[in-house]
Design a protein around this ligand. Sequence first.
Ligand SMILES: [Zn+2]
Length: 120
Amino acid sequence: MTFLNDVGRAVSNTMDTVSRKTGELVEVQKIRSQIGTLEKDIEKSYIQLGKMVYGKFQENAEIDEEMRRVCEEISKDCAAIEQYEDEIATVKGMKRCPGCKAALPQDTAYCPKCGTKLEG
Ligand SMILES: [Zn+2]
């Protein structure tokens, strides 16, 4: 009888421990989710900060040399993207508006999007 009572108590203690651990896990998961939300906010702010610095770079404002180097990398990549967009237009038999960069049929005289006069 005493043995069974002991077994019963042990099982009951184990159940308490399991449900406490489960409660802990749920609580930790909730907190981790809040941390995750904040980390996403921080990432957005970093991006915003970077775009602000890049904006200053484009305005030729004075910026830190290290930041300037990163901005130059971004500019280089942007120029490469523009070249690829030109290639896509060429492959599709189109030309791009120098004003707004829209891809247009070769025989377009004026860009329908921004009104720029086109050559050729
Ligand atoms: Zn245009």
